[in-house]
Ligand binder design. Structure first.
Ligand code: PAF
Length: 281
């Protein structure tokens, strides 16, 4: 495994790699790797001649200072997980100064409304921060394909939009959500859940499955009301939002249109830990 910390070192290594490889994969991460990340890394490794995994806790995408401070930093474990896939992977771990110099600020993008719903409503400026770091990584690494998990489905659609508006020549690959044994979507935040609550969090995906089932015969509004009621009757979790949206433009569905693809999105608090999930309907 090759560990790189600076843009210059990255440039030198990539110029050698790109002269030998036809395809280069990129898996951007913020570290605290789990099986969900590993599934992206394995897929990207198998589909490309060379692979870069970046580990960078991006400050401009955190709207909550405490969340940034509490974000787990587990570099040693991350490196050994990456090496368990292959010791040929290049790992890029720049510092905040390396990426932002003295200007730790997000660019402002026009994501054509994709950033104004759901996570965007509750996490001010979050997607401008994501866009800033992803644009920086895509333009400095120039991968053939970049891999992102569908757990952050809104982020995935925003990255597709970023690539289109900035004309970045890369294929964006969305990868299915990986779940724990009880179907809780894998997340670095799960580690912060008390054991009992982590077990009970199967309720989130069970509710999504039942919502999917109901959406076959009921209106979006009826399904939303049903989900809200389920959470009102469950003291363990506080519902922040449940939304049924068009899978492409993420606009909330008003009435179902045949042959359109829809997705349900949820954000929930378990104690002070915020969990998100989604399901194709
Ligand atoms: O999904 C994440 O881990 C982050 O938002 C990303 C894409 C690595 C950008 O910091």
């Amino acid at each position: 495994m090759q560990l790189i910390n600076t843009k210059n070192e990255l440039k030198d290594t990539l110029s050698v790699i790109l002269s030998q490889s036809k395809t280069l994969g990129l898996v951007p991460t913020m570290g605290a790797l789990h099986k969900g990340h590993l599934s992206l890394i394995e897929k990207a490794f198998n589909e490309n001649d060379s692979l870069v995994v970046s580990i960078f806790v991006n400050p401009t995408q955190f709207n909550n200072k405490e969340d940034l401070e509490k974000y787990p930093k587990t570099l040693e474990n991350d490196l050994s997980l990456i090496t368990s896939v292959s010791d040929e992977i290049i790992v890029y771990t720049p510092s905040v100064e390396e990426i932002y110099a003295a200007n730790v600020k997000a660019e402002v993008y026009n994501f054509e409304g994709l950033d104004r719903v759901m996570e965007g409503e509750f996490r001010d400026n979050h997607f401008n921060g994501v866009g800033t770091i992803v644009e920086e990584l895509l333009t400095s690494i120039k991968p053939t394909k970049a891999y992102f998990g569908e757990k952050d489905f809104q982020q995935l659609q925003i990255i597709r939009k970023l690539v289109a508006i900035k004309n970045i020549p890369v294929e964006i690959i969305g990868c299915p959500i990986v779940r724990e044994a009880n179907d809780l979507a894998m997340s670095s935040r799960n580690e912060r859940l008390p054991k009992e609550l982590r077990e009970k969090a199967s309720f989130i995906y069970q509710t999504l499955l039942e919502a999917k089932n109901k959406f076959g015969t009921k209106s979006a509004l009826d399904v939303i009301k049903w989900v809200e009621n389920e959470f009102e009757n469950n003291q363990n979790f506080k519902l922040e939002y449940f939304q049924i949206s068009d899978s492409e433009d993420l606009k909330p569905v008003i009435s179902k249109i045949k042959n359109k693809k829809y997705r349900a999105f949820i954000a929930v608090f378990a104690d002070e830990i915020r969990l998100i999930d989604n399901i194709a309907l």
